[in-house]
Ligand binder design. Sequence first.
Ligand code: FES
Ligand SMILES: [Fe+2]
Length: 415
Amino acid sequence: MLSRENNEALTRVGPGTPMGELMRRYWIPAAYSDQVAKNDGPPIRVKLLGEKLVLFRDTKGRLGLLEEFCPHRLASMFFGRNEQEGLRCVYHGLKFNVAGECTDAPCIPPTHKEQIETAKRNLRMKSYPCIERAGLVWAYMGPAGMEPAFPALEWTQVPDNQRYTTRHVQECNWLQALEGGFDAPHLTFLHRGGETDASRDFVPSFYEVMTTDFGFAIATGRDTGEPKIKWNINIMLMPFHKIISTQPFAAHMWVPVDDENTMLYSIDFRPDRALSQQELERAKGGDWIHTENIPGTDHALRNRDNDYLIDRELQARGDSYTGIKGFGTQDCAIQESMGPIVDRSGEHLLMGDAAIVKLRRLLLQALRDHADGKPLMGMDPESYRVRSTRCEMPRDFDMAAHMGNLVRVEKIAAQ
Ligand code: FES
Ligand SMILES: [Fe+2]
């Protein structure tokens, strides 16, 4: 369990909140690049960390990520005209460039030169720097001039045909979703049925969590009765990334839309070759692993409104523990069922929650370190060259001492 106060500190992400301010120190995915593919094309709405924004690409191909509302009378710039190096509000014609500066004020008569100049000087929209990597637009929403170098995440560095990205909205707080991603014992239950891995029949007996230069390494060991312990080492890279040691590899990002909604990005990738046709089909959704969206939206087809199309017969037959199709949908169903922001002061934690408890403690420490101006994890882009991994180790192996090293990409490649 967690005190109400700590629960608030870890979950709230709006401007001025401790977690919100910490997250704003990192690059945050805002949209697919192809949503704003064309110069002077239509702007799109984006919501990140509780802030309503618009994203557009100007005449020269530069990206503008501005607050959504025009500073004049607060009309939405989503309806704006994207023309000649700026986005023009259609209410009274004020125009803003990608830096958020007012460049034209045609609603003031041209004879009133001074008023025009004053308006241009004073009317300014909040604007955030953007870069494009791996088919996504990434925003930096932190203090001006302090953006870190872009992290050397392996999946962002492979050619486009070695990667496939999907996303869907999860209707709950980001931490609830992320905790689900690092909850090892649930694999034995929630996801039983469909494609499974026999070692998952055993719940973990050992848990280790440690702070690293990129974030956290979380090891869970299963005792299957054989001489060696089967370890999974999963990594949480600041501020919301996970790499999964499947084939192909997968990456997740739990990006807070606001306190009660999370955009889960899922990326299937191979460092060695293009994704095969079969791997691509799988990544696109509709099978046991991936989540299928309502066409043209980021909302899952199987969602809270239709009880995730639970099939009670399937559940009764035992073919599926939940009767819900899709691992991602099973996660959504259960994480959303806890309410938009679960009150962790009401929990009754058990042995299998050890990793989650440690992770929360370390995240709280990260908040304190940030408040104290101490160096942050993940500021060195090279620290992101890591993978989750699996290994079998003798019972007396000191996992805590070695796990930080075992996840280095060079180390895994050399095995
Ligand atoms: S509200 Fe935008 S120009 Fe008036
Ligand atoms: Fe899960």
